[in-house]
Design a protein around this ligand. Structure first.
Ligand code: SF4
Length: 223
């Protein structure tokens, strides 16, 4: 089958953020994760049932239609390495139109993926500029750039991005669309989601949560 007709199962897409990776980026949250990090901030994205099916070609067309200042794509979830082959095809399709910076979260370590990864996982690794690796560990939650716990590492896989001068949270963004409020980012303190949802429930405001889970064990569910 043509790689661009392969299907991805995703939870949602954000067209613009500055808190999940370098510069201005789009985000694709994939659906389904084989790991179960205690404190994962996106438990609704863990089952492999459900989600939205999109072909690689369809999603690439949506992302390449974004304004030209959106130069990065961040893959979160859910576990991107559970759909690594189609995601690698997505990156290749995107880069035919634009020189995208690509970052991914994963709950697996880079060393594990290099030694034991599938062909698809190795193919996705080969496309990445930046990987946030390792499971989310609630007991090690910390105020860190783009990740939720201190075991998670920024792995610069190409020379496109340099390690940051300051390793602190990039903060959170709040997006409003169709009467729904969603937040994006990695909370610098644990328990943010519960506190936020309780507050919004009290305000009787419709709420949808869009959170990066520091993947696999980096907690795409950043806490
Ligand atoms: S934090 Fe990431 S790796 Fe861990 S269970 Fe949640 S989605 Fe999976």
């Amino acid at each position: 089958m043509d790689a661009e007709q392969a299907e991805l199962v995703i939870s949602r897409v954000a067209h613009r953020t500055t808190v999940l990776g370098p510069g201005v980026r789009a985000v694709v949250w994939v659906h389904g994760c084989p790991l179960r990090c205690a404190g994962c901030v996106a438990p609704e994205d863990l089952p492999f049932e459900g989600g939205v099916r999109r072909t690689v070609a369809d999603l690439a067309a949506e992302l390449n239609a974004l304004s030209a200042d959106v130069r990065g794509l961040t893959l979160s979830g859910g576990e991107p390495m559970a759909q690594a082959g189609p995601l690698a095809a997505l990156v290749r399709a995107l880069r035919r139109d634009r020189d995208w910076s690509v970052m991914s979260y994963t709950g697996f370590t880079l060393e594990h993926l290099r030694r034991h990864g599938t062909d698809g996982q190795r193919a996705l690794l080969a496309e990445l500029d930046l990987l946030v690796d390792g499971p989310y560990v609630a007991a090690r939650h910390a105020d860190l750039l783009w990740r939720g716990s201190a075991n998670q590492r920024l792995r610069f896989l190409t020379g496109r991005h340099a390690p940051p001068a300051e390793d602190r949270s990039a903060g959170l963004e709040f997006h409003v669309a169709d009467d729904t409020l969603a937040w994006v980012g990695v909370p610098p303190v644990p328990g943010f989601r519960e506190t936020f949802e309780d507050a919004m429930a009290g305000a009787r405001t419709p709420l949808a949560v869009a959170v990066p889970t520091p993947n696999g064990e980096d907690g795409h569910g950043v806490g």
